[in-house]
Write a protein that binds this ligand. Structure first.
Ligand code: PMP
Length: 462
């Protein structure tokens, strides 16, 4: 058997089936992946089935899953309540989708309004990215301004104005008090780069200077209240940012695609006690199905109200419509199956002791891993909030994107490849997301595998 080698490490002869599929995939799908982030060298692992906290690949290898579809699967794989809700919706409705309004859209909107302090009305999209883009257009329509400001290192999806300064090199990034706008992809026009101002996270003074200077141009500040789902905004920073944006006539958008439901039912905003003007949601909201949602102040949300203008696609649409209404659409918006899965997910999360149990398990894993790495004299901290954390090899405090660049990524990557071979799944260098179905046994096994991986990487005999 061939041993698959990469310059990062090898992921062993155990994944031959994946290697073969990848060869085929990359001839018909660019890079063999349906999203660029899903690639890692020498090739990603192709999955076949899953149950609870476990994934099984096409070669029959089993993994404890900490990627959980990039955080979406808070209930783990195939939760029976979600599966039942989806089957039930499909059979009782007799169709996958109505292409017309339906009951579940209202039911879900009421849930989001109940739990998220900043949400008074809701619209649905099919992804987190579509949700962040809609928040931006709403802010632009509401303020009449065109520029947006985002924080360095924050991800809001893979499109134009938000795909800027997510992961710049330190040289590209420029002055830490006035970071450069760095495009993260080919094909992003200079218009978008110029119209996205970059702010330094957790630095209120520098943020204030930039916002004051450009306040007449900036429609919105968009922020991940917990950067990457694991670096929390500091309290003073968050409070200050809310006051400042309000004062300067800038819409404050919380991108809670990752944090919504991960921390608690009302997202980071309910924990920070801050009401953003607009909120973008996704991931957990769809219970494993493609989803996004935008919620916010009624006054802003109602800009989309079609009763105030025409439908641009209707025959002979009236010219008045463009001046009065923000056009938002999507064939599958508010998909019944997706909302059935999401409502079932929320119902499970509303159960007694669900969040305390989840947070305790996360805490146990984090502290066991820290203890383990420190016992081998390795610099390491877990950085996180709620049920997401990351493993960072530096003792330097982590408050923003640039702090992360100080960590020893090479060590982390080597360990991650060893863990993959041993059946601990996260994409190398990615964060850890926990689910309510990870067991104490999973945690013990994970810590044991980390110890084995450390020994291999450090060349310590067992
Ligand atoms: N915002 C944040 C904070 C995210 O984490 C993501 C996805 N990782 C997105 C937006 C984009 O969501 P999607 O991949 O569903 O388009």
């Amino acid at each position: 058997m061939t041993l698959i080698q990469s310059n990062k490490g090898d992921i062993s002869e155990k994944v031959i089936g994946s290697a073969n599929l990848f060869t085929n995939a990359k001839s018909v799908i660019p890079g063999g992946v349906s999203a660029n982030i899903k690639y890692f060298p020498p090739h990603p692992i192709f999955m076949e089935k899953a149950i609870g906290s476990r994934l099984v690949d096409v070669d029959g290898n089993e993994y404890i899953d900490y990627l959980l579809c990039y955080g979406a699967l808070l209930l783990g794989h195939g939760h029976p309540e979600v599966t039942a809700a989806v089957n039930n919706q499909l059979t009782t409705a007799g169709t996958a989708v109505f292409g017309a309004p339906h009951r579940l859209e209202v039911e879900m909107a009421n849930k989001l309004i109940e739990y998220f302090p900043g949400i008074e009305m809701v619209r649905y999209t099919n992804s987190g990215l579509e949700a962040t883009l809609l928040t931006i257009r709403l802010a632009q329509a509401y303020t009449g301004k065109a520029t947006i400001a985002k924080f360095e290192g924050h991800y809001h999806g893979g499109y134009n104005e938000v795909l800027v300064s997510v992961n710049p090199t330190i040289d590209e990034a420029g002055d830490e008090n006035r970071p450069n706008s760095v495009p993260e992809s080919k094909g992003i026009s200079s218009h978008h780069v110029e119209n996205t101002i970059i702010l330094p996270f957790n630095d209120l003074k520098a943020t204030e200077q930039i916002l004051r200077k450009y306040k007449d141009k900036i429609a919105a500040v968009i922020i991940e209240p917990v950067q990457g789902g694991f670096i929390p905004a500091e309290e003073g920073f968050m409070v200050g940012l809310r006051e400042l944006t309000q004062k300067l006539g800038i819409v404050l958008i919380f991108d809670e695609v990752k944090t919504g439901f991960r921390l608690t039912l009302g997202g980071a905003q309910s924990i920070f006690g801050i009401k953003p003007d607009l909120t973008a949601l996704g991931k957990v909201l769809g219970g494993g199905f493609p989803v996004g949602a935008v919620g916010g102040h009624q006054e802003i949300m109602e800009i989309m109200d079609p009763t105030k203008g025409g439908d641009i696609l209707s025959a002979g649409g009236k010219a008045i419509k463009k001046d009065h209404v923000l056009f938002h659409s999507g064939t599958y918006n508010g998909h019944p199956i997706v909302l059935a899965a999401g409502l079932a997910t929320i119902k499970v999360l509303e159960g007694d002791n669900v969040y305390p149990g989840l947070l305790q398990k996360t805490k146990n894993l984090r502290s066991s891993l820290e203890k383990l790495y420190h016992s081998y004299g390795i610099e390491m901290q877990t950085v996180g909030m709620g049920s997401i954390f990351n493993i960072v090899h530096t003792n330097h405090p982590i408050r923003n994107y640039r702090d992360l660049l100080k960590a020893d990524m090479k060590l982390r990557e080597k360990v991650d490849y060893e863990l993959l071979k041993m059946g601990i799944y996260t994409k190398p260098l990615n964060r850890y997301s926990m689910s309510i179905v990870h067991t104490d046994k999973d945690i013990e096994e994970t810590v044991r595998m980390h110890e084995k991986a450390i020994k291999i990487v450090k060349g310590i005999g067992s």
